[in-house]
Ligand binder design. Structure first.
Ligand SMILES: *Cc1c(COP(=O)(O)O)cnc(C)c1O
Length: 427
């Protein structure tokens, strides 16, 4: 290997073996929490990726709603590389112009009032950990013991964020986590009202649209009522916009779409923010939320370093100057129309390019969505994702073209066709 040449250490050079051999090495060397990966990918460009055999795929998963600008976007690539060549990591004992500019930009886009502030982390879980620590401070100050989240919620896998994540299979193997967390039934106004009856709630965590649950939106009325109740009972409203933020739904942040306007106390971001470069953020709205944690009460080594904040600034710049918010609405609606025309599709929930697809029952399989994920990839060059037995979630890059959307719809139509003719398949 010529180690003077960085390319020799990248994925497209490190696949001297074919997929089967690489998979074998994976099994021998990586912790088994992800099960068996679907393929070994070596290269990407825009909405396309290639595996170790050179097979091309249209990528409607987007690294799970992360690759806002697709793979290998030229500006993101050049900004990360120039920033790393100029100033890489420095720790939070120092700051840098990109970190400050990104915080200012996020506050402006969030229309945050005076006194608001941003804390940078490296992932969605960490952004939620920071929000949870702010809520725990509030809980301690007010002696209100309860923290509410919703059934179907996903807030992350670190212990704190996991405490707020509903799915028992994720939480229960670990025994007791953060105490005092309760899960309310989704979108149930009556349950929300009664949860506040005793004035003992410190905070509420909500996703405006639950992504991992299959792209399920909370009603505007629910979000508005949650805002009113938290305000009148001195509880904090936390909007987890890790998946819905940064243009995914055609708005900078999904809560901006609520008719009647809500301003949360805390908002968490990650996924699309760095267009693939790891970064998360907690936005605290107003001076009260911003000062819940004082100097020394929270921190991070990597969070908000120059390459990460430069990548995020560039992502926001491309979304803004490229008119991508409008584009996301148009191309998303187009894709949804095409998806609704597929005979095996029962329902489409579309919010920009945040799309949930429910499939009709297919004889011979309990989990048509999971079968379809394999079939689409193996036989039709399409990467999609199942969030449940019958539900797909699509989260392609925000700059997906109409032609790519059409091609994706054609491939999905063909995959659905093979699913009904061949029945379930080997995964
Ligand atoms: C993905 C996700 C998280 C967790 O983010 P990680 O970067 O995986 O830690 C939290 N909340 C929501 C809504 C998410 O979609």
């Amino acid at each position: 290997m010529n180690t003077n040449d960085g390319a020799a250490l990248t994925s497209s050079a490190l696949h001297s073996g074919q997929s089967a051999e690489l998979m074998d090495r994976y099994q021998q060397s990586l912790t088994g929490v992800f099960g068996t990966p679907q393929a070994v990918l070596v290269r990407g460009s825009g909405a396309r990726v290639w595996d170790a055999e050179g097979t091309e795929y249209l990528d409607l998963l987007g690294g799970i709603a992360v690759n806002a600008l697709g793979h290998a976007h030229p500006l993101i690539t050049s900004v990360i590389s120039s920033q790393q060549a100029t100033l890489g990591h420095i720790s939070n004992l120092f700051t840098s112009p990109t970190q400050i500019a990104l915080a200012e930009k996020l506050l402006a886009l969030a229309e945050a009032p005076a006194g608001s502030s941003v804390f940078f982390a490296n992932s969605g879980s960490e952004a939620n950990e920071a929000a949870l620590k702010a809520v725990l401070r509030h809980r301690k100050n007010t002696a209100k013991p309860r923290i509410l989240a919703l059934e179907g919620s996903f807030h992350g896998r670190t212990s704190g964020a996991l405490s707020l994540t509903h799915k028992p299979a994720y939480r229960e193997p670990f025994g007791e986590l953060i105490s005092g967390v309760e899960f309310l039934p989704f979108n149930d106004l009556t349950a929300l009202e009664s949860a506040f009856e005793n004035d003992d709630v410190a905070g509420v965590f909500l996703e405006p649209i639950q992504g991992e649950a299959g792209v399920l939106p909370l009603d505007d009325a629910y979000l508005l009522r949650a805002r009113e109740l938290t305000r009148s009972c001195d509880a904090l409203l936390v909007c987890d916009e890790v998946q819905t933020g940064i243009g995914r739904t055609g708005e900078w942040f999904r809560h901006h779409a609520v008719a009647g306007h809500i301003v949360p106390d805390l908002m968490t971001l990650a996924k699309g923010l760095g267009s693939g470069f790891p970064i998360g953020a907690l936005v605290s709205f107003g001076a009260r939320a911003s000062t819940l944690m004082g100097a020394g009460q929270h921190g991070t080594t990597f969070g908000g370093n120059p390459p990460a904040t430069a990548a995020a600034l560039a992502t926001l710049h491309v979304i803004e100057t490229g008119g991508l918010l409008e584009h996301v609405k148009t191309v998303g609606a187009h894709l949804a129309r095409r998806l609704r025309a597929i005979p095996q599709v029962a329902q489409v929930r579309q919010f920009g390019l945040h799309i949930g697809v429910d499939l009709t029952p297919v004889p011979g399989t309990e989990s048509p969505a999971k079968d379809l994920v394999s079939l689409a990839r193996q036989q039709h060059g399409l990467i999609i994702n199942a969030t449940g037995d019958s539900t797909l979630r699509l989260a392609p890059p925000l700059n997906l073209t109409t032609e790519e959307a059409d091609q994706a719809a054609e491939r999905l139509t063909a995959a659905c066709q093979s699913l009904t003719t061949d029945g379930g398949c080997d995964r």
